[in-house]
Design a protein around this ligand. Structure first.
Ligand SMILES: [Zn+2]
Length: 71
C-alpha cells in the first residue's frame, strides 16, 4: 500500500516586511506629490530651495487635480 501525503502551502499571506516597505513608499510619495514646498531639496540646496520650489512646480497640476491645498 502506498500512502499519500499532502503539503499545503498558503500563497495568500503577504509578508509584513513588504507591507511596511510599501507604506513607507506611499508616505514619501504622498509627501512629494501633495505637500512638499521645497523641504526635500532644502537638504541639498539650503534656503534657496524654498524659493525655487522645483518639486512643487513639477507636481503643481497633479496637486490641483487631486484636490491638495496649494496656493
Ligand atoms: Zn497651485
Amino acid at each position: 500500500m502506498s500512502e499519500l501525503s499532502q503539503i499545503n502551502v498558503s500563497k495568500t499571506a503577504v509578508p509584513i516586511f513588504a507591507i511596511i516597505v510599501l507604506a513607507i513608499i506611499f508616505a514619501v510619495g504622498l509627501f512629494v506629490v501633495g505637500y512638499d514646498q521645497g523641504h526635500i531639496f532644502s537638504i541639498v540646496l539650503g534656503e534657496q530651495a524654498y524659493a525655487d520650489l522645483y518639486i512643487h512646480e513639477l507636481t503643481h497640476d497633479m496637486r490641483h487635480a487631486a484636490g491638495f491645498p496649494c496656493h
